[in-house]
Design a protein around this ligand. Structure first.
Ligand code: AMP
Ligand code: MG
Length: 335
């Protein structure tokens, strides 16, 4: 695995020899880890099923769980998906940014069936993080990229965490520092005239509803038998090795503590290790730090990570969604 460390504040990183080498690797059907504003992505050419197959193998990801394709612009996305008025409104308001749109797939789209898990819809995103956008543009192909972590485990927001999980499967890791948003994209399906929230994420629900001028329907609300769901949204996901206990009012003996806000829980001083996601209760700061904090607390060997209550407003919906999945009962490994 080769590493390309780049400083986004410097002009000229796009012309670096490594930029060509990363594109060569993508063109050769290899896997590269690339930062976006949400989390690090495990990227491959979305038009080649042999390349996408490597993503599923490296992550241990179930193949019914489709991949999001990253493109440099809305214009490029319209080559692959059919955008209705609502989809166009959201794309224009929030792209580039942490929003994924699931739209009907155009018959002429070159995105492979493995990336869409054989569905007749496709998940598209124009990321704000410039590296993924730049590479998609430079390589001239949509980049399929789920989070760069072992399936079911905590997502990665730094290049070191990526290397620890997936180093052996990668041709390149591109290190552009920690991700600014830190939590995955919000996913909205615009397939049947009813915009649906498939996954809360980096764009808060209220901001989307303001642009749409109406409420988003939750994916779990069945209105039609064939209404789109988010396949692969498994109840246990984002899981550290330790068990996770939510809404802690006190810290028990031997627990690690994921704190939030200025209030100190009884027993906090005896926690095996403590990280406060945001002492000033800033949900954006908390989202940006969430996955790195879970990974860090996990290194202390506590059996339980207890989590202080985090409010549901704004990005709190996405943070609580991830924590709920991290706390869910884990699948029993085959014996
Ligand atoms: P990840 O790449 O792990 O952040 O997650 C991608 C998620 O996007 C999947 O788990 C699905 O829930 C969702 N997704 C991707 N493509 C589709 C699609 N065609 N229809 C519905 N949901 C999708
Ligand atoms: Mg993921």
């Amino acid at each position: 695995m080769r590493k390309w460390t780049l400083d986004l504040t410097q002009d000229g990183w796009q012309n670096a020899a490594e930029a060509d080498a990363v594109c060569d690797a993508i063109e050769a059907g290899e896997l590269v880890a690339v930062p976006t504003e949400t989390v690090y992505g495990l990227a491959a050419d979305a038009t080649r099923s042999s390349a996408c197959a490597k993503i599923f193998a490296a992550k241990g990801r179930p193949q019914f769980n489709p991949l999001i394709s990253h493109l440099p612009s809305l214009e490029a996305c319209t080559e692959h998906g059919i955008f209705d008025e609502d989809a166009l409104k959201l794309a224009r308001a929030f792209w580039p940014g942490p929003l994924t749109l699931v739209v009907p797939k155009k018959p002429q789209s070159t995105i492979c069936d493995l990336a869409t898990a054989g569905l007749d819809t496709v998940a598209l995103r124009v990321p704000a993080g410039p590296v993924m956008r730049f590479l998609a543009e430079k390589c001239g192909t949509p980049l399929a990229a789920p989070s760069a972590n072992i399936s079911g485990k905590v997502s990665t927001t730094t290049a070191d965490a990526v290397t620890a999980d997936l180093g052996a499967s990668l041709s390149f890791v591109v290190d552009a520092g920690p991700c600014s948003v830190g939590i995955e994209s919000t996913i909205v399906a615009l397939v049947d005239g009813t915009p649906r929230l498939l996954r809360p994420g980096g764009i808060p629900r209220k901001d989307l509803e303001t642009v749409l001028g109406r409420a988003l329907i939750d994916a779990s609300t069945p209105t039609k038998p064939d209404a789109p769901q988010a396949p692969g949204m498994l109840s246990s996901h984002y899981a550290p090795s330790a068990a996770v206990r939510l809404d802690a009012r006190t810290v028990q003996d031997g627990e690690a503590l994921l704190a939030f806000g200025p209030h100190r829980l009884p027993g906090a001083d005896d926690a095996i290790c403590e990280i406060n996601l945001s002492p000033s209760s800033d949900l954006e700061e908390a989202a940006a730090r969430l996955f790195a904090a879970l990974r860090h607390l996990d290194t202390y060997g506590a059996e339980i990570i207890c989590v202080q209550t985090i409010p549901m407003e704004g990005l709190g919906e996405a943070i609580n969604d991830r924590l709920k999945r991290a706390a869910a009962p884990r699948p029993i490994p085959p014996s």
